[in-house]
Design a protein around this ligand. Structure first.
Ligand SMILES: [Zn+2]
Length: 113
């Protein structure tokens, strides 16, 4: 039996520096800027979202130890691209321009994002 392989890359419409709204999980409703995208895993690193706290063990260089914070990744299915006109996360459609270029448009207001 053939197993259908998922192809997340084809449907990946988000880009680095896009502003997204988180729609699920601990940071639901928050906005953030995309720092990094892992297309293979479908994970996105968003500024200020899903902070993970690391406790670093005391070492000789750092005898007290420390707590550092780092962004964790968020699944791409837990976010929507933010539309400034609609003031919320929206689904994205594609629209071809006269030059044949693809533009990402907001499916609600039709604006190019
Ligand atoms: Zn919109």
């Amino acid at each position: 039996m053939k197993t259908q392989q998922k192809a997340p890359i084809k449907t990946f419409r988000l880009k680095k520096n896009d502003t997204v709204q988180i729609i699920a999980g601990r940071d639901k409703g928050k906005l953030g800027k995309i720092l990094e995208i892992n297309k293979e895993k479908g994970r996105v690193y968003v500024e200020g979202i899903n902070y993970l706290t690391y406790c670093e063990r005391p070492t000789q260089q750092n005898p007290k130890g420390s707590i550092s914070k780092k962004e964790g990744s968020v699944s791409v299915s837990n976010m929507l691209l933010y539309c400034p006109k609609c003031d919320k996360g929206v689904r994205i459609g594609n629209k071809k321009t006269a030059e044949g270029l693809k533009n990402r448009v907001c499916t609600i207001c039709g604006d190019i994002i």
